[in-house]
Design a binder for this molecule. Sequence first.
Ligand code: 3AM
Length: 180
Amino acid sequence: MSERLFLAVALTDEIRHGLAAFLGERTIRLPGRPTPPDNWHLTLRFLGSAEALQRDRVLEFLDEHLVVGPFTLGFVGLGAFPKPSRATVLWLGVGRGTDEVTAMAAVGEEAAISTGFAPEDRPFHPHLTLSRIRPPTNVAGLVEQVGPFPLKMEVDRLTVYRSHLSREGARYENVDEVLL
Ligand code: 3AM
């Protein structure tokens, strides 16, 4: 049976609560459909539908090739895809640790390709999705208004998530971890 998988950096509970408080204290009303704090993560590589054997091979590849060591992750302020004046995704950006996260994503890409997934055609841009917006909306004022999120976290693993989609929205289940 196939499952819907993606590779990510999971957030600690401290960051999850800290970010929820940071947004709450600034009484920021996120436009669109906010992602629930329980779902917050940094996507490294969306894999999509995978069989159990393929998941095992991705994990083996990561075990062998992931040479990034533990590092400190810092955040900056808000940003938007494709651009703040016509945003469909509002996100929190990554500051310190960008090189390491990018290196993790590059190994995730190699793992995906070597196990038969199609190459990703979009450039990697580390981000934490806060809201999905339809129709596209101008969030330039909000992006400028919110300063950097000050907390940092130690990253010591890559997490493989299984995504369950339903009418109530997505639920992400941590199914495997690769230690850095
Ligand atoms: O939370 P973010 O936005 O970083 O957008 C989806 C989400 O990333 C992305 O994978 C993460 C977990 O669902 N995603 C979903 N479908 C995708 C697809 N077909 C996708 N990324 C690329 N291609």
